[in-house]
Design a protein around this ligand. Structure first.
Ligand SMILES: Nc1nc2c(c(=O)[nH]1)N[C@H]1C(S)=C(S)[C@@H](COP(=O)(O)OP(=O)(O)OC[C@H]3O[C@@H](n4cnc5c(=O)[nH]c(N)nc54)[C@H](O)[C@@H]3O)O[C@H]1N2
Ligand SMILES: Nc1nc2c(c(=O)[nH]1)N[C@H]1C(S)=C(S)[C@@H](COP(=O)(O)OP(=O)(O)OC[C@H]3O[C@@H](n4cnc5c(=O)[nH]c(N)nc54)[C@H](O)[C@@H]3O)O[C@H]1N2
Ligand code: SF4
Ligand SMILES: [Mo]
Length: 697
């Protein structure tokens, strides 16, 4: 790249699966190169700040290892032996593979599998149009948001909350179960603004002293999976100390007296025994919440990734209703804004072609699905063909040994469309090279703020890379799939979708760069009532009927506690497995993305597990020593890092390294389970019991 040439600056949006969805400004050189990436200053949420890994995006776009031509497998499955092939031949092979599967077992034998490598609507969701048109097996998305969204909606009735920018106007910001310093820097921008401008306090609730906890005025360090107990004790104190807003409770909530009675026995002593944090810390937390009506609860995903995660999310969200914090600017709760954008997704997803009788397969249970588990297959045919876009399940999915056994099947035909030769691409029969966000047109909505943003094509892709949309439309042609969306360009799809959804035109979005979709104060704070027919917040949700993904009940409704509580369904440690392991996100990576960029790899160094020095001493493990972690699902080898900031009995492995970065090729998800989280599924990535041993040498 010739840095003496002055670049032009182009607007874009970060495509990654991160709540922030930052508004970007990107240096463009000619029609093939990008330079530095910065956060847009005039975007009120991004406010000029982005994370380091995306600031260095040129490393990823211009990475020498990018896939640049279609490949066909020539060695054994997983051997990594591929030969180049033309696009036409590659697409023919894929279409033939799908037709063969359909002829043998019916269309449900084909399973299109996706996730959020790009959050762009056109590129991420177009694969649904193909599956609806062909009646391929459905994709029940559970791996990330399911427990958290269900838990939040259980209370409010809707996935939306107080304007995230209001954090800057709060007197107390509670950052609960999200390591915002790593995973969404902008939360810290607004929370620290409140601290500077108003003397606001920051409370963080987490299971280790991560970067966010270290910045908090009051870090509340608890045992994994015990947030329900903490929330109950905080509510106990609020009722006890006269800090409950009874006028608000009577007007806006369903069962306040039952709740008050229920938490009367759940005092800080009770919670301290379960959650492990001192009674004084719980009292101090409750006092801060009680004394500051403008308390903003920023509830993250982390604490929902336990077997009781949906219940715990709901319990935490109840606190704001007890104090009536919702009444005040800078007060209330927020998790995600998915409920405010009301997009008409039909042209992109082909929802008009959806046949509700087609089975839905659980994303998180991909291992069970591919190894023929009858329950996972829901009584239907085996899966014998897959198209995979924007995801890397051989690394990111739980129960990795089972996933690997599934992908190793010789009777399974797999096409992976990717930017890099990932753990999943290595298992494919056909690998197709994909564009990156600066190389195609798309639009985005932000989960953690309130914008619709445009990310237009800015440069030409390298080699023969093609976008997801191009691949889906080319396959649709070969497979005889029909829908108006297949004949439209990405720009036409964006324009038509915006217009149908009431958000203007593409030309308008292009001129403005983003649309601020923030509902007004009364709506965002539910001052006209919560989103249930009676307008009341639910302390006592009707769990099986929480208004989320009503169209698909994948799991038998388990008996979930009716009121907020500590639900004892987590994988508690036992004598054989004395440790609890969480696999929290690493700062330099984004799931398995950026594990290929040199500066991210350098910042993360190597796969490590954090352990308390006294636990390490008891096992005679020294700092930096290689150890083995295991449970009934398998074992992994990685290096111990002694750290006072984890609790005794808890281990933290900031993930997700590629499997090849581990001594024996087994990644951290070897240890995580795929049994669904109640009530609607999900993966309990931070809820694992394990043993730890020194390597025998
Ligand atoms: N740098 C970076 N950024 C990312 C990602 C990444 O991998 N790396 N991933 C992206 C994605 S896909 C998502 S969904 C978001 C997720 O972002 P977050 O909302 O931050 O959720 P998690 O990343 O799962 O975990 C956040 C924190 O929850 C803690 N935690 C785990 N179990 C418990 C518990 O039982 N109780 C409490 N109180 N805390 C617990 C973890 O230790 C961690 O510090 O981040 C996105 N941003
Ligand atoms: N142990 C553990 N496991 C976890 C988690 C955890 O906290 N701990 N977090 C979980 C969570 S929250 C999530 S969301 C999942 C995420 O898991 P994934 O959705 O698999 O996310 P990534 O690992 O980022 O992989 C996305 C892939 O998409 C590719 N990609 C990006 N853009 C495009 C595109 O436009 N076209 C195509 N064809 N490909 C593209 C990237 O190169 C990358 O390889 O992981 C889960 N796994
Ligand atoms: S903070 Fe999140 S949205 Fe913003 S640039 Fe980084 S990964 Fe993208
Ligand atoms: Mo996620």
């Amino acid at each position: 790249m010739n840095q003496t040439v002055r670049p032009r600056i182009a607007a874009s949006a970060c495509p990654h699966d991160c709540p922030s969805t930052c508004a970007l400004e990107i240096e463009i050189f000619g029609d093939r190169s990008i330079g530095r990436v910065r956060g847009a200053h005039d975007n009120a949420y991004t406010a000029g700040v982005i994370c380091a890994k995306v600031a260095r995006y040129a490393e990823r776009v211009h990475h020498p290892d990018r896939l640049k031509q279609p490949l066909r497998r020539i060695g054994a499955k997983g051997s990594g032996q591929f030969a180049p092939v033309s696009w036409d031949d590659a697409l023919d092979i894929v279409a033939e593979g799908f037709i063969r599967a359909e002829q043998a077992h019916g269309p449900e034998a084909v399973w299109p599998y996706l996730y959020a490598g790009t959050m762009g609507y056109v590129m991420r969701d177009g694969i649904h149009r193909l599956r609806h048109a062909k009646k391929y097996s459905g994709f029940f998305s559970t791996i990330c948001v399911n427990p958290a969204w269900t838990g939040f909606i259980a209370g409010t009735g809707k996935l939306a909350g107080a304007d995230p920018r209001e954090m800057a106007k709060s007197d107390l910001v509670v950052i609960w179960g999200t390591n915002a310093v790593n995973t969404q820097v902008n939360v810290m921008t607004h929370a620290t603004h409140a601290r500077k401008e108003r003397g606001a306090k920051i409370v963080a609730v987490d299971i280790y002293m991560n970067g966010t906890m270290r910045q908090a005025d009051l870090p509340v360090l608890i045992r994994p999976g015990t947030d329900g107990a903490l929330a109950c004790a905080v509510m106990h104190c609020l009722f006890r100390d006269g800090n409950a807003d009874w006028d608000y409770l009577d007007r806006y909530t369903d069962a306040p007296r039952e709740l008050a009675e229920h938490v009367r026995t759940r005092d800080p002593q009770w919670a301290s025994r379960i959650a492990g944090c001192p009674v004084e810390t719980i009292e101090a937390f409750a006092r801060l919440v009680g004394e500051n009506k403008r308390t903003y609860f920023r509830l993250g995903y982390g604490f929902s990734r336990s077997r009781n995660g949906a219940i715990n999310m709901h319990a935490a969200s109840c606190i704001a209703a007890v104090t009536g914090a919702w009444r005040y600017e800078g007060g209330g709760a927020f998790h995600n804004n998915g409920g405010i954008f009301h997009l008409d997704s039909n042209l992109i997803e082909g929802t008009d072609l959806r046949d509700p009788s087609v089975r839905m397969l659980d994303q998180s249970r991909i291992g069970a699905v591919l190894t023929g588990d009858e329950d996972a297959l829901r009584g239907g045919p085996p899966v014998t063909a897959m198209l995979i876009q924007n995801t890397n399940p051989v690394s990111v999915a739980p129960d990795q040994e089972t996933v690997k056994r599934g992908f190793a099947r010789d009777d399974l035909f797999v096409c992976v469309h990717e930017q890099f030769m990932t753990d999943t691409a290595k298992m494919a029969d056909v690998v197709l090279p994909a564009t990156m966000f600066v190389e195609h047109d798309d639009f985005y909505t932000a989960g953690g703020s309130q914008y619709i943003l445009l990310g237009a094509k800015l440069i030409e892709p390298p080699g023969e890379c093609r976008s997801n949309h191009q691949v889906i439309c080319a396959l649709a042609g070969r497979l005889g799939a029909r829908h108006p969306g297949f004949a439209m360009s990405p720009r036409e799809l964006i324009d038509a979708t915006l217009q149908r959804s009431g958000w203007g035109t593409l030309a308008e979005l292009e001129a403005k760069r983003w649309i601020d979709c923030q509902p007004d104060f009364a709506a965002a704070h539910y001052l006209n009532g919560f989103a249930y027919p009676d307008g009341k917040f639910r302390f006592k949700p009707d769990w099986p009927n929480v208004p989320f993904r009503r169209w698909h009940r994948n799991h038998k409704a388990p008996s979930v506690p009716q009121l907020p509580d500590h639900w004892e369904v987590i994988e508690e440690a036992d004598t054989e497995h004395p440790f609890r392991l969480a696999t929290s996100p690493a700062r330099g990576f984004l799931n398995s993305s950026f594990t290929e960029t040199p500066t991210s790899r350098a910042s993360e160094k190597r796969p490590e597990v954090m352990i308390h020095p006294e636990d390490a001493a008891a096992l005679a493990v020294t700092n930096g020593e290689e150890v083995r972690l295991g449970n009934r699902r398998g074992a992994v080898r990685l290096h111990a890092r002694l750290f006072e900031g984890v609790r005794r009995g808890v281990l933290i492995a900031e993930s997700l390294w590629p499997n090849s970065a581990y001594a024996d090729g087994r990644g951290i998800n070897t240890l995580t389970g795929a049994d669904p989280i109640a009530p609607f599924g999900g993966a309990a990535f931070h809820d694992n019991k394990v043993w730890l041993e020194k390597l025998a040498n």
